[in-house]
Design a protein around this ligand. Structure first.
Ligand code: B4P
Length: 192
């Protein structure tokens, strides 16, 4: 089973994906976490990605698709399914993922899309800036990430809807527990 947790920056993808991983035995694969790890190690990929991420831009599709292609088989071998977090983020990435999966007779089976108003997202990310000091949580980078989301990433939802993949919209406001409760209900209902 290949699922995607989708949503704008700060919508709780990473937060909820960790919980889903534990509760539903899916392997959580976050492209943001992979990139930050590469940045911390100072690899050539990390050096290229770090500057782009700090500005709030998306890293090139080819780079991220190569990363996913290299790691997806191992993730698939570790659990009954994989939950992709932060990928795909452009329609080109979605098409590359579909092609990758088709090669092994698989497809994306479900998209969980978190919906949160923009003013709440900005508040969460500015709060994280105070707590964690992430390089891309400055006001300028946050605004750029929101622009990129509307300009490039929303198209991913249209892509999966038009491909007939079930897309479940989840209210991402409220506490992490409340959001997880809604996600659990959505997963429980659609797998019955
Ligand atoms: P990501 O790591 O995916 O960052 P994100 O969009 O901010 O989501 P994140 O998972 O961190 O936020 P979350 O909502 O969990 O990407 C970072 C960058 O990497 C991108 O901008 C891009 O440059 C690059 N990148 C990654 N994937 C890429 C791809 N496929 N293609 C190109 N570039 C790519 O949490 C946000 C905050 O809210 C946290 O502090 C959390 O504690 C808090 N929070 C969560 N739920 C909450 C709740 N219910 N209430 C209150 N606070 C909550």
């Amino acid at each position: 089973m290949i699922g995607i947790i989708f949503g704008p920056p700060g919508s709780g993808k990473g937060t909820q994906a960790s919980r889903i991983e534990q509760e539903f035995q899916l392997k959580h694969m976050s492209t943001g976490d992979i990139l930050r790890h590469e940045v911390a190690l100072g690899t050539p990929t990390g050096q290229e990605a770090g500057r782009i991420m700090a500005a709030g831009d998306l890293v090139p599709d080819e780079l991220i698709v190569d990363i996913v292609r290299a790691r997806l088989p191992e993730a698939e071998a570790q659990a009954a399914g994989v939950l992709l977090d932060g990928f795909p983020r452009t329609e080109r990435q979605a098409r590359a993922l579909d092609a990758m999966l088709a090669g092994e007779g698989h497809r994306v089976e479900r998209v969980l899309a978190l919906e949160v108003p923009e003013e709440v997202l900005i508040g969460r990310l500015l709060h994280r800036a105070e707590v964690e000091g992430r390089a891309d949580d400055t006001r300028e980078a946050i605004e750029e990430r929101m622009r990129e989301y509307h300009h490039l990433t929303e198209a991913v939802l249209r892509h999966y809807r038009s491909s007939g993949v079930p897309v479940e919209m989840i209210d991402g406001t409220g506490s992490p527990d409340q959001v997880f409760e809604r996600i659990s209900r959505a997963i429980g209902t659609s797998s019955r």
